[in-house]
Design a protein around this ligand. Structure first.
Ligand SMILES: Cc1cc2nc3c(=O)[nH]c(=O)nc-3n(C[C@H](O)[C@H](O)[C@H](O)COP(=O)(O)O)c2cc1C
Length: 201
């Protein structure tokens, strides 16, 4: 049994040509995301498609302010902090389009105790990962480049407020999307060592 070619063909691509991505193509990615498996027929996701300079800058600056505070708190030197923030800003604002994947409690169960409440949110988060994978596979299939960026999961409220999203939309994943720069070489993908990653019982 081998991994289907279209799954293997998806790579994180971090360099894009300048041309914009068609809005219909972006909508097709969101549609693919929205047929991912989700707990009890919920769709606890909301997607924000951002392809304006103002939107990209607002998101990057909002998350950057939070990150700057965290790094400073960690004792990172001001020079290094600014270097990291500038590099992240260039990455986010340099992508032709962004898809910001948010979680909501819409359709999820509520529990009186924290353990089950956390598990419910965890299920939603797992399904968001499945949705994002659908999105990126569909992008690859359409000849588009994509790369998942972790930033919002560290500062969901800052990302939400930067884009003036509804209070209950909590951003958890950011995907850069664009037409791939032909010269970009994806990082080497290590082989899958089944003997250490799986056991048979
Ligand atoms: C939850 C998550 C967060 C990630 N965050 C980042 C990120 O912040 N920056 C980045 O360049 N790549 C990020 N990646 C992409 C991974 O680095 C990439 O998927 C991994 O190296 C495997 O490479 P491949 O996607 O080409 O197979 C992230 C991936 C996941 C699943």
């Amino acid at each position: 049994m081998s991994v289907p070619d279209f799954i293997e063909a998806r790579r994180s691509i971090r360099a894009f040509r300048a041309e914009p991505v068609d809005r219909d193509a972006l909508d097709a990615l969101v549609e693919a995301a929205c047929i991912a498996p989700a707990p009890h027929h919920s769709r606890p996701w909301r997607f924000v498609v951002i392809d304006t300079d103002a939107g990209k800058a607002a998101l990057s600056l909002g998350m950057g302010a939070r990150w700057r505070a965290d790094l400073t708190n960690d004792g990172v030197t001001p020079e290094r902090v600014e270097e990291l923030i500038a590099s992240s800003h260039a990455k986010i604002t340099g992508a032709p389009a962004l898809v910001l994947a948010c979680l909501t409690w819409d359709g999820l169960d509520r529990y009186p105790d924290e353990t089950r409440q956390r598990a419910e949110w965890g299920m939603a988060l797992l399904s968001l990962g499945a949705a994002v994978e659908n999105l990126m596979l569909t992008a690859a299939n359409a000849g588009l480049a994509s790369c998942w960026v972790a930033a919002p999961i560290f500062c969901p409220e800052a990302a939400r407020d930067a884009l003036e999203l509804p209070n209950e939309w909590l951003p958890h994943a950011l995907v850069l999307v664009g037409h791939p720069e032909a010269s970009y070489v994806p990082r080497v993908r290590p082989p899958v060592p089944l003997e250490t990653l799986r056991v048979n019982k």
